[in-house]
Design a binder for this molecule. Structure first.
Ligand SMILES: C[S@@+](CC[C@H](N)C(=O)[O-])C[C@H]1O[C@@H](n2cnc3c(N)ncnc32)[C@H](O)[C@@H]1O
Length: 368
């Protein structure tokens, strides 16, 4: 029989607990069907030089299996599992790993989850990486999207988009002010006059535009004042907030099994949900408690951050037009940039937010 020892609570608040522990142990201690929402950003699959082909993706999926079993066991029928995953480049080549798609398929086909909806988190402040493919050889574009899989235990998880409405776009505002003539679109879609009803706010799309630029928060100040290194791979508060609002009610239970700096706990506390975070690295938790020293400010939308304007693609170019494409696909490095350092070779996770620091096996102390 498995020996049960009390799990180390690192910090507790009125509504939540942070465990300095392996989340597999934390989840094993939780009752079945007791959690309303798991919202998390697991360590991403890091593509390592010494593993080739599909081996590493398979190792990641294998590592994830125990978590998948626990997620399914502890979620309520009405519950949701939201997983934020950045993409990865294969080592040394300008091609992408399929690990996040494979994980999605595994969770649905082997563990019985449903894909309630896929979301894309666009980080407008992302740097153009990986530099070798994007800036040097100019054969790929910058990777600024994370996939966010919203999975559910049943086909009918509790949810409401009324909790996550956004301001009307300037063109919609114009339309509401000036009226809309009901007509059939070229697609055959019948736009009725219901479109001119002002509901006060718009239903959002599944693209979340959230810059990952937290520099002035309680958390950052606490880390700076106490000489603690901030967690290198945080997601912005708006990401868990969106799903906590849409998928839970006050008093519901939220879990982040890969807690990091416990931003999920901070948001859940502010929104009056019960919560649990688990994190294995103590240093991250030393910073995380700064989130709970003074209450986080309510979010408020300013006039400026209601809308992003995206340029239409391919309107400009550098150099002669048309630029001749390299039939070699950019295999040969431009001579003007010199030789390539080993460190800068592909195989890094595209991103400026440090997610490449993680490897699931390393996080478990199992990296060989
Ligand atoms: C991408 S980070 C999460 C960051 C977090 N979303 C934030 O914004 O601060 C993933 C975290 O999972 C932790 N981790 C990995 N395996 C774990 C496990 N089995 N139990 C608990 N934490 C784990 C890592 O130490 C890392 O801090």
């Amino acid at each position: 029989m498995k020996k049960t020892t009390a799990l180390p609570v690192f910090h507790a608040t009125k509504l939540g607990r942070i465990y300095h522990a392996d989340s597999l142990d934390v989840m094993a201690s939780m009752a079945p069907s007791s959690v309303d929402l798991i919202v998390t950003s697991p360590p991403f699959a890091l593509t390592r030089k010494k593993e080739y082909g599909n081996e590493q993706e398979d190792a990641y999926l294998q590592w994830f299996r125990d978590f998948a079993k626990q997620f399914h066991r502890i979620l309520k029928e009405s519950g949701s599992l939201v997983i934020d995953l950045g993409g990865a480049w294969k080592p040394g080549a300008p091609v992408r790993s399929l690990y996040h798609f494979k994980l999605l398929i595994m969770l649905c086909e082997e563990y019985g989850f449903h894909l309630a909806q896929e979301f894309y988190w666009w980080n407008p402040s992302k740097l153009p990486t990986p530099a070798e493919w994007v800036n040097v050889r100019r054969i790929r574009v910058k990777d600024a999207i994370n996939t966010v899989w919203w999975l559910s235990k049943s086909e009918w998880p509790k949810a409401s988009n009324r909790r996550v409405l956004q301001p009307y776009s300037p063109s919609m505002e114009h339309l509401l002010a000036n009226g809309y003539k009901a007509k059939l679109r070229p697609s055959g879609h019948d736009i009725s006059d219901k479109f001119s009803v002002n509901n006060g706010a718009a239903i959002p799309p599944n693209l979340l535009a959230i810059p990952n630029t937290e520099s002035n928060s309680n958390y950052m100040r606490y880390c700076q004042e106490n000489g603690i290194k901030a967690h290198p791979a945080r997601f912005p508060a708006d990401l868990p907030e969106y799903f906590i609002r849409m998928l839970t009610d006050p008093g519901d239970v939220v879990l982040d099994p890969f807690g990091g700096s416990c931003i999920t706990g901070e948001v859940a506390e502010r929104l009056k949900r019960k919560w649990t975070c688990a994190e294995m690295v103590e240093e991250y938790l030393e910073g995380a408690i700064g989130r709970f020293h003074s209450p986080a400010a309510e979010r408020s939308l300013t006039k400026d951050d209601g809308y992003y304007k995206l340029p239409r693609p391919s309107l400009l170019w550098n150099g002669p037009d048309p630029i001749p494409l390299d039939p070699d696909g950019g295999r040969k490095r431009p001579s003007s940039v010199g030789t390539r350092s080993k460190k800068k070779e592909g195989g890094t996770i595209g991103g400026d937010d440090g997610h490449e620091s993680y490897h699931p096996l390393a996080a478990q102390g199992r990296e060989d």
